[in-house]
Design a protein around this ligand. Structure first.
Ligand code: HEM
Length: 427
């Protein structure tokens, strides 16, 4: 039996996790990380099993992990998973929050909710993400993409991440929620702090920054929620506030938690999708030329990019009772991490999974998850990425890497280039 050692925090894994995932799939399909006690699940069929069974694998782990970022940090959980001392420290920190932490614990964000509460929340927020509503955003998304490209391409060299892949989703989400344009800078700062705190990022996880962000975000959004209740507009907050009066209403804390979730879930993920897709093109000049000449290929290119280099690599669940996967018994209460990005490279599901191929049908990839928690923003993310590439290909015939260090987003849950210094030839 080959012994596998895997440390999701190591520099090696960060640089290229895929050979590590391949070893896990082959030799240790359920792997217990020594440092944290987390169980990593890496094969397609097993990841799907986890996602299909919320009664066995509770999403409450998402809430605990998100909150632990504020007080304890995943690292400090040491060998015990959710260790009581870490939770106590978290409790201490939460005293600094501007609202009752208990109320917050009782109002899990959608992504951390289990049935039947999950269905109640999802039914309400779905109203803000109907196909008609999302499709209606296309002209404005195109305008935002064009403005960002105008600015970026006025220079001969630029960092595509800070100039294009970050500002596009931030502006889209800010406008969707109905945030004033002047507060967009704050919005990005809050989003960064929440994501850094929540994703187990080693060097950037400053719990104080997360508490600060929560406090400011809370103050700002409670005001916006109040305003929209008095004077509704055509934005997501108004839709959610209208839902507060309904029979299965969101309470104000749930509205706030949802706004925070959208802020965190909708920004860096989309940034990373576009960044990873650009990386795939830089490695394959023929592919760049082919998709540029035939924009009808953009949607399938984006699907393959989602499969090939998934922006969300893995997430959390917690077992509700003892359960066996691939012959390994996982105890009740254990933290389980389905690795979406590994499932998407499983040769049992995708032929030649390490090749980027437009010819394949990547349908069934798990980059947006599966089942009841399937990504609420998938249509929006696909739309933003399609518009981004359509507009990029209209303006740019070639991109030239400048050879500077790209680096990776500092998170073991999310994957994307930290910066992309490029030059270009005009189309
Ligand atoms: C490429 C971009 C994106 C990727 C790869 C992505 C990935 C995911 C994944 C894997 C899940 C499943 C979580 C789980 O099973 O626990 C999820 C859920 C979710 N995503 Fe996304 N996401 C993206 C963009 C967005 C955007 C743009 C938004 C919002 C505007 C969004 C909002 C959400 C929400 C609210 C959930 C929770 C749904 C639920 O629990 O019912 N995401 N996303």
């Amino acid at each position: 039996m080959t012994e596998v050692k895997f440390d999701p925090f190591s520099v090696d894994v960060r640089a290229n996790p895929y050979p590590h995932y391949a070893r896990l799939r082959e030799h240790a399909p359920v792997y217990r990380v020594e440092r944290s006690g987390f169980h990593l699940v890496s094969r397609y069929e097993d990841v799907l099993f986890v996602l299909k069974h919320p009664e066995l694998f509770s999403s409450r782990a998402m809430q605990m992990m998100m909150l632990s970022g504020m007080g304890a940090g995943i690292e400090s959980m040491g060998g015990q998973g959710l260790d009581p001392a870490a939770l106590l420290r978290l409790g201490e920190r939460m005293k600094d929050l501007p609202f009752d932490p208990l109320q917050m614990m009782k109002s899990p964000a959608l992504i951390a909710a289990d049935p039947p509460n999950h269905a109640r929340l999802r039914n309400i927020v779905n109203r803000g993400f109907t196909p008609r509503r999302i499709a209606a955003l296309e002209p404005r998304i195109r305008e935002i993409a064009r403005e960002a490209l105008d600015r970026m391409l006025s220079k001969s060299e630029f960092d595509l991440v800070s100039e294009f892949t970050i500002p596009l989703p931030v502006r889209v989400i800010a406008e969707l929620l109905g945030v004033e344009p002047e507060r967009r800078g704050d919005f990005k700062r809050w989003s960064d702090a929440l994501v850094a705190g929540a994703t187990g990022s080693e060097s950037e996880n400053r719990p104080e920054a997360m508490i600060e962000a929560f406090t400011e975000f809370n103050a700002y959004f409670m005001e916006v929620i109040e305003q929209r209740r008095r004077d509704p507009r055509d934005d997501l907050i108004s839709t959610l506030v209208a839902a507060e009066d309904g029979a299965a209403a969101l309470n104000p804390m749930e509205t706030l938690m949802f706004a925070i979730l959208i802020l965190a879930a909708g920004n860096e993920t989309t940034t990373n999708l576009i960044g990873n897709a650009v990386l795939a093109l830089l490695d394959r000049p023929d592919l760049f030329e082919r998709v540029r000449r035939d924009p009808a290929l953009v949607p399938i290119f984006i699907e393959e990019a989602l499969r090939f280099d998934s922006p969300v690599q893995m997430l959390f669940r917690q077992t509700t009772r003892e359960v066996a996967i691939a012959g390994v018994t996982i105890p009740e209460g254990a933290i389980v991490m389905p690795i979406f990005a590994s499932a998407n490279r499983d040769a049992k599901q995708f032929d030649q999974p390490d090749c980027f191929r437009l010819e394949r049908n990547p349908q069934g990839h798990l980059a947006f998850g599966f089942g009841i928690h399937f990504c609420l923003g998938s249509s929006l993310a696909r739309l933003e990425a399609r518009v981004a590439f359509e507009e990029l290909f209209r303006r740019v015939a070639k991109l030239h890497p400048l050879g500077t260090e790209t680096g990776w987003v500092d998170s073991f849950l999310l994957r994307g280039p930290r910066r992309l210094d490029l030059g270009f030839d005009s189309a």
